[in-house]
Design a protein. Structure first.
Length: 197
């Protein structure tokens, strides 16, 4: 759940962009994608140019209110956004996505996001509300990991070749948390390498 964090020096805040101002929405969406390093905040899948991307309002109760601002917005793939529950109430209390202690409360293991301590109702509610373990998303994640594993097998013991192939197409870095867990790679470092090419 690495793309849920927010940056203190966001251009969205600096430019005082507002979702209520329709003309700001393209800039908001593009800036969110940029801050999320090109990945969907919820699925962690790389956003391709042909993907439909939404400005997702984490807490739907805030949409079109003064409380709807930068910390409630994420760039997400339309499919995932359209399959997220419309009402947050059944998932309250919920861990705030950009919470600083997110990584100490939620882990990725055996293909699923899970709470570190049970019962952590807020963390479990966040997992359930975002749908990060939905069957379709889980299946896509597993297929992607299998493709990356096949690439690793083709590269054999040549770790440098494997890294080169990984960064040739940023889509290879999709499902970043799963990639780090399965292959012990630093995705942030790989993204930096891919951008330096």
């Amino acid at each position: 759940m690495r793309y849920l964090k927010k940056v203190n020096d966001s251009q969205i805040v600096a430019d005082n962009l507002s979702y209520a101002n329709v003309s700001d929405r393209i800039d908001i969406r593009n800036q969110l994608i940029n801050e999320q390093q090109g990945f969907c905040a919820y699925s962690e899948r790389f956003i391709k140019q042909t993907d439909s991307v939404d400005i997702e309002h984490f807490d739907p109760r805030k949409k079109n209110t003064p409380g709807d601002y930068y910390y409630n917005w994420y760039a997400t793939l339309h499919w995932l956004n359209s399959h997220k529950p419309y009402k947050i109430d059944p998932f309250l209390p919920v861990l705030i996505p950009h919470s600083l202690d997110l990584t100490t409360r939620i882990k990725f293991e055996n293909g699923l996001f899970e709470t570190i301590n049970r019962p952590d109702v807020e963390a479990q509610n966040l997992i359930d509300f975002l749908g990060v373990n939905k069957y379709e998303l889980y299946t896509d994640r597993v297929k992607h990991l299998n493709r990356i594993n096949a690439l690793k097998v083709l590269c054999g013991d040549d770790e440098e070749l494997f890294i080169k192939k990984m960064i040739e197409d940023q889509d290879n870095l999709s499902f970043a948390t799963a990639i780090e867990y399965k292959f012990n790679l630093d995705v942030d470092n790989l993204i930096a390498l891919s951008r330096s090419l």
